[in-house]
Design a protein around this ligand. Structure first.
Ligand code: HEC
Length: 219
């Protein structure tokens, strides 16, 4: 080994000349050597690095191998997964809202002043039962209506023919339980919508706010 050679060289040196006077190339030097043990160690480290990488990718930081972009962790995907029947309806309702209600009531549910009333924090939405808002979606609403103290005098058309009981339950559950809009009312079931659809089946015109306020919001 070079190391041993080196020490032998140093010990056996009988050159008594002062250091400064020595020619440069006779200075003792450390040189890179090779050792089989070193190769084995490097190979072992390589194997460890590959195994460690796999281990981290699969298990570390709550990262789940079945999770892909844009989700960062399994918990994020899990949180987005519907759990209760109300959550299942709300997840479907988000899409129905985007397709059928958002153009007027806006993506943030805030409506447009003077034209479309808000659904976020609305005092028509945040009541114990959905009896009135189911009727609004089934047959529409026209004429003056006061929402959170502001009067709107516009008209909303009916969705009774274009949306099923399940669709209406879903969109109203999404609206009523939407925490981003500060709404936290109970879900609406397809059975509730079916019952009101049956009760109001002979109605062919939109509701007025005045009429609706006579209907109890819940049974
Ligand atoms: C074409 C625009 C338009 C669309 C689309 C629309 N609405 Fe409306 N909505 C209105 C207007 C306008 C009013 C107030 C009507 C009035 O002035 O009498 C209203 C009122 C309401 C109300 C009662 C008042 C309030 O703000 O809480 C609810 C609940 C409601 N809409 C829910 C919905 C849902 C759910 C959808 C989708 C299925 C929807 N609307 C789609 C225009 C619309």
């Amino acid at each position: 080994m070079k190391g041993r050679d080196l020490s032998v060289t140093m010990k056996s040196s009988d050159d008594n000349r002062p250091r400064e006077g020595r020619p440069r190339d006779t200075e003792p030097r450390l040189e890179a050597g090779s050792s089989p043990q070193l190769y084995w160690l490097m190979a072992l480290l390589g194997v460890l690095a590959v195994w460690g990488d796999h281990y981290l990718v699969n298990r570390a930081a709550d990262y789940h191998p079945q999770v892909y972009t844009p989700y960062l962790s399994f918990y994020e995907v899990d949180a987005l997964n519907p759990k209760s029947p109300g959550d299942v309806l709300a997840a479907k309702g988000r899409l129905i809202y985007q397709n059928y209600c958002q153009p007027c009531h806006q993506p943030n549910g805030g409506g447009l002043p003077g034209q479309f009333p808000p659904l976020a924090g609305s005092d028509w939405v945040a009541v114990p039962g959905p009896n009135r808002i189911i009727r609004i979606v089934l047959n529409g609403l026209a004429g003056p209506v006061t929402v959170n103290g502001a009067v709107f005098s516009n008209a909303m058309f009916d969705f009774g023919k274009s949306l099923t009981d399940n669709d209406i339950a879903a969109v109203l559950t999404f609206v009523r339980s939407n925490a981003e809009w500060n709404n936290s009312s109970a879900p609406v079931t397809p059975e509730q919508v079916a019952a009101i659809r049956k009760k109001t089946s002979d109605r062919g015109e939109p509701w007025s706010a005045e009429e609706l306020l006579k209907v109890p919001d819940s049974d």
